[in-house]
Design a protein around this ligand. Structure first.
Ligand code: SAM
Ligand code: DTB
Ligand code: SF4
Length: 341
């Protein structure tokens, strides 16, 4: 069956919103040649048009009542040599977080079992490394094999990978690798100085070429401008293949980090970012990631309407809080939505 396609023209937006020109694009077509001007025109649409287009694209590819549920676990916490300005785990910031060694395989698998029992279909393991040592990678591969044996999807985020390390992870059965571009190419060096935007793209290429699904998104609310949010979505939408999963995080402000006191982002701008990701990457899962703890039910509902169809589920993300599981299930129920099988 061919995909229904509608041609949409953006309206020229008023000067107060940045006055983008009207552009034409076909809704629902998977494209990797978006121009930044087109992405800006989408981001700046009047909110009712933006939400309508996002819903239209969402319904071409997904059941709008379903949300995929992933649970996160930090398998190696803190003491990270990178200086990411947002992160509780960087050794460059005094955040009071206690560093710990790589967890034992059995302890990780016990957490995966618990996550499965509470309804998660994917188990994501994060390590505070610049890149994994080969010996540690063997341990992580054993964890991945254990998670797969439980019948769950596996995801890891371990920092930069060489092409060989990506192949090793693929051989262990890894389904997804999370590696975020985090922000626009221009804003990147204001947030992280110990690696470059180009380093991120190199690891993403290794992961893609190894045949692992890519989970790649970023963080908003880091003091960036609207152009940076647009630049971030544009960078994702022009990758050689759209990431299969696109996590959009709202900064969790951490005491002791340089970004602790940046001005909080209006939730409407967060919803615009989600909707723009949905429209430009029609077949990707868009994840409403960190930051739900500080969003009310209504803001989260707008994110679902804007095309977010995945969440992190469980009381903790890596080091910060996430909403209570009963509350999450209650919200989905009130909305007539349900976890994806
Ligand atoms: N060390 C690996 C790396 O950076 O690629 C993996 C773990 S890192 C914690 C995974 C992602 O979590 C980061 O790329 C960032 O997008 C997100 N993240 C980290 N701290 C955050 C915070 N305080 N608020 C929102 N998102 C955050
Ligand atoms: C992603 O984009 N968000 C998750 C996951 N990938 C690994 C991590 C969010 C971390 C939030 C801050 C913390 O809990 O330390
Ligand atoms: Fe390290 Fe990842 Fe945190 Fe950056 S985001 S400091 S790489 S754990």
């Amino acid at each position: 069956m061919s995909t229904p396609v509608a041609t949409f023209a953006s309206r020229p937006t008023p000067a107060s919103l940045g006055a983008s020109k009207a552009v034409q694009y076909q809704l629902g077509v998977v494209r990797n040649d978006w121009t930044r001007e087109e992405v800006k025109a989408i981001y700046d649409l009047p909110f009712p048009d933006l939400m309508f287009q996002a819903q239209t694209v969402h319904r071409m590819n997904f059941d709008p009542t379903e949300v995929q549920i992933s649970t996160l676990l930090s398998i190696k916490t803190g003491g990270c040599p990178e200086d990411c300005g947002y992160c509780s785990q960087s050794a460059h910031h005094d955040t009071g977080l206690k560093a710990s060694k790589l967890m034992e395989i059995e302890k990780v698998l016990a957490e995966a079992r618990k996550a499965k029992e509470s309804g998660a279909t994917r188990f994501c393991m994060g390590a505070a490394w610049r890149s994994p040592k080969d010996r540690d990678l063997d341990t992580v591969c054993a964890m991945i094999e254990g998670v797969k044996a439980l019948g769950m999807e596996s995801c890891v985020t371990l920092g930069m990978l060489s092409p060989q390390q990506a192949i090793r992870l693929k051989q262990s059965g890894l389904d997804y690798y999370n590696h975020n571009v985090d922000t626009s190419p221009e804003y990147y060096e204001k947030v992280i100085t110990t690696r470059t935007f180009a380093d991120r793209l190199d690891t993403l290429a290794s992961v893609r070429e190894a045949g692992i699904n890519v989970c790649c998104g970023g963080i908003v609310g880091m003091g960036e401008g609207e152009d940076d949010r647009i630049g971030m979505i544009h960078s994702l939408a022009i990758l050689p293949e759209h990431p299969q999963s696109v996590p959009i995080n709202m900064l969790m402000q951490i005491e002791g980090t340089p970004l602790k006191n940046v001005k909080k982002l209006d939730h409407i701008d967060f919803v615009r970012t989600i909707a723009t990701a949905r429209i430009t990457m029609p077949k990707s899962m868009v994840r409403l990631s960190a930051g739900r703890e500080h969003m009310n039910d209504e803001a989260q509902t707008l994110c679902f309407l804007a095309g977010a169809n995945s969440i992190f589920y469980g009381e903790k993300l890596l080091t910060t809080a996430n909403p209570d599981q009963n509350h999450d299930m209650g919200l989905l129920d009130r909305l007539g939505m349900q976890p994806m099988a």
